[in-house]
Every structure is written in C-alpha cells, then in structure tokens.
Design a protein around this ligand. Structure first.
Ligand SMILES: Nc1ncnc2c1ncn2[C@@H]1O[C@H](COP(=O)(O)OP(=O)(O)OP(=O)(O)O)[C@@H](O)[C@H]1O
Ligand SMILES: [Mg+2]
Length: 210
C-alpha cells in the first residue's frame, strides 16, 4: 500500500469534500466494511471508478481495507496494475512469490486496472490470470480505475468476470488532489507574503538596488 495511505481510515476520508450527493457511494463503502463476511462469502468486491484523476479512488480503497483489517485478521495485498505487469515480466523467484501472494490474498486492491495502454497478448493473459484466479476462488478484489468497467480495453473474458464480481462505486468527477493542492499553495503563498521579518538563517533580498 502506498505509504501515505497505510494509516488512513474512515475518519480521514472526507465525503464532504465533493460538494455533491455521495450517499450511495458512502453506503456501498460502509456496507463493504460492515458486511465484509457476506462480500467475502460471495467473492464480491468493488470497482471504484472516476474519469477524473485525484478523486480519491485509491485513498477510498485503502481506507476501506484498513477498516476491514480492524475487524478481520486476514492477509491483504495492494498492487497497481503497472506494478503487476512488471512482476509478471520479472522471472525471478522473488517475483513469483509476490505474484502468488497477490493471487491468493484474501482481500486485494488492484489499483489502476485501466492504466495499461499496451495491447499485448501476454499482458492481457496476465491480467486474465489474475482476475480469473480471484473469480474462481471467490476472493474479493477492490479495483480502482479511470475507465468504466465495460470500456476496459482488454479481453471480454476479463471484463465479464470483473462485472460479475464487483459492485460499482462511481466517484464524483472532482479532483480532491487538485483542491487540496490549490488550498496548500494559497496558504503557503499567504504565509510568505505576510512574513515581515527575514527568515532566521537566510538574508532577505534588498528591496531595491541603491
Ligand atoms: N475524500 C477525500 N478525503 C480526503 N482527502 C482526499 C479525498 N479524496 C482524495 N483526497 C486527497 O487527494 C489525494 C489523491 O487521492 P487519490 O490518490 O485517492 O486519487 P485517485 O482518484 O486514486 O487518483 P488517480 O486517478 O490519479 O489514481 C489523496 O492523497 C488525498 O490527499
Ligand atoms: Mg489512484
């Protein structure tokens, strides 16, 4: 899991940021946590989608998994699709062991499933192997994606399995990453513009060259 999300839980995920009705998305996310036993029994996962980058898809997936971990002592894994493709390319024993742990994790996050642009048969086979293993063994998977399920540029066999196994969570097309960056930048600017004394260790530039 990316370091920034390791300790993130439901209380860090701010649904108010979106400025629109997100009650359905919130309900599905909460249901996944509260009724994880049922999702697990059915091998049902989530497909968290928005076209917009920075809408909180990866963060939501991680918060959900961290909440599940509070209640269930299960092996979970996080892998991004480009990382998985790299692992498949890598023929070392270490890579094989990692792939095995991804295929078999009781709960798995597959981040950015739509991110692979290369249309190669071996890549599509690798994705199929992953999706199918999860499907056959009824292992819940949380996918995040910038592409709607039916528009995934892969094999139909992959799309139909993901479709069958996932509850879609359609995130608002709002970039919280952008909103936050704008806010921090304006706060930073305000701070440096309001600063009257030169910083302790540095020297202020002269006001004008006399
Ligand atoms: N609901 C939220 N509450 C609080 N912070 C949020 C929320 N959504 C997003 N963020 C902030 O925005 C950043 C980007 O979110 P995230 O990486 O989850 O977006 P993403 O949808 O996965 O983007 P991408 O499409 O680029 O993968 C997070 O690191 C977090 O700081
Ligand atoms: Mg993401």
């Amino acid at each position: 899991m990316p370091k920034e999300y390791v300790y993130k839980t439901a209380k860090n995920f701010d649904w108010m940021q979106y400025g629109e009705d997100v009650s359905v998305q919130k309900k599905i996310a909460n249901a996944f946590v509260k009724r994880f036993d049922m999702f697990r029994k059915q091998g049902r996962g989530l497909y968290i989608y928005s076209d917009t980058k920075g809408s909180g898809k990866t963060m939501l997936a991680c918060c959900i998994v961290n909440e599940v971990l509070k209640e269930f002592d299960i092996p979970v894994k996080f892998i991004s699709m480009p990382e998985y493709i790299e692992l498949v390319k890598d023929k070392s024993e270490g890579a094989k062991a990692k792939i095995k742990s991804v295929l078999e994790a009781v709960l798995l996050i597959v981040d950015d499933i739509g991110a692979t642009t290369e249309d190669k048969e071996w890549i599509s086979n690798a994705i199929f192997r992953l999706v199918n293993r999860r499907h056959e063994n009824l292992l819940p998977t949380i996918y995040t994606s910038n592409v709607p399920i039916e528009k995934l540029k892969t094999d139909d066999r992959i799309v139909s399995r993901i479709y069958e196994d996932s509850v879609p969570v359609i995130m608002p097309e709002v970039s919280i990453r952008r909103k936050k960056a704008d806010k921090y930048r304006s706060e930073f600017l305000r701070q440096i513009l309001e600063e009257k004394e030169p910083a302790a260790s540095g020297q202020a530039l002269p006001d004008s060259d006399k």
